[in-house]
Design a protein around this ligand. Sequence first.
Ligand SMILES: [Zn+2]
Length: 456
Amino acid sequence: MPLRRATYRLYPTQEVSKILHYHRRLHKELYNSAVCERKVAYQKFGRSVSYFDQQNNLPAFKEVWTEYKNINSQALQATIKRVDFAFCRFFKGLSKYPKFKSIRNYSGWSYPSFTGWKAHSTGDNGYLELAKIGQVQMRGKARLWGTPKALGIIYRNGKWYASIVLEIDKTLLKNSRQTSDGVVAIDLGCQDAIAWSNGTEDGLVAAPRFLRKAEQKIKKLSKLKRRKRSPNYKKKVKASRRWKQVQKRISKLYRKVANQRQNWVHHQTTHLISCNSVVVTEKLEVKKMSAKAKKRRAPVGSPDHGSATRQGKRKKQKAGLNKSILDVGMGMIRSSLNAKLDDVNGVFSEAPTRQLKPSQTCPKCRHQKKKTLDQRVHECESCGYIQQRDIASCEVLLLWYSNNLSELGTSFVDADGSSSTSGTRSRKTAGSMKQLGQLKRQKSTLIGLDAETSPS
Ligand SMILES: [Zn+2]
């Protein structure tokens, strides 16, 4: 059964809001003490503490810190799991050593199963019943409603949210989206966010530049903030009330930009899928693209050697380009397309950019010529074909999909096989919460076996 997430805004009464804040603080303290336990055990005794040790200690912990008796025990386990997750990521080299969190950086807690809470809703508004906390009004709309499976309570920018994981019926999911059997190739860029072509028609979608538009306001507010007393936790200086006020306004603006972008991405991808169930695009790695500017060492003796200004300029240029890349939300477009195509059993196919070179190949005669980034028009020197650059590369992608570029040795079948085996290195992950749940079950059955065998 497929799972989908629906997010609701919560409207707690003042009384309930107090309890919610109190619980969030308790969860944060638990998180920190779990991190502390692992840290001390390793530093002082050279012993590593596992998730199971900490989970088994929870009942004893609750005897000492009685306020935790009022919290759902599975929610407490989920918080311990978060610590384990953070350490897993650290051991695999994916992130730094887990930090102690301040309440500012601790967003909330989660209920990993359906106990301890109940959602009274049919998808449109409703209310949430939290055990030992109370009832909370919810507002929002799920695209599809199903059986609630898990819940996350989140506090962000002064607002409470509920994120509900729903198990949704497969046929319902499939019928929920309108689609057709067209094939479209898209090319994502900075100037024109999306260029698309389906062989007979093509078009460009201008980049919305939400961040660029809000930048002036953000800059103004940042200047205002610099004139207030900022916090310095090492010197035990607290932020002034006015500093906090301005900070709040800034984060509100950033949140707005993010919401605008997300909304735009959803509109565009739904529109693309409304008449196409196959989308072809080139493989792109947003993380690599938006990496910091490379340090290039100037040759010794040249006038450029050791000049910091040149380096600074390059850094700024790259930073500006990165902002444009991230402002379009290419990664978001990709993952959203992927998810939506998955709903309708469509195909999302990625061409290998390096071998195919879609932006340097002529779709009519396959003549290859390198273009610089500012060359916006494809003008073939061997057959005279003129087309907008991004649309031309879409046409190449379409050809690749229909297997017409086999002479380049990158046919659809080949590329699919190579990408899974010898292609880019698969991403390292620290597993998921679900895997941890399976782990727990295995362990507990083992203990059960021990108990059964030992007396006999
Ligand atoms: Zn040509």
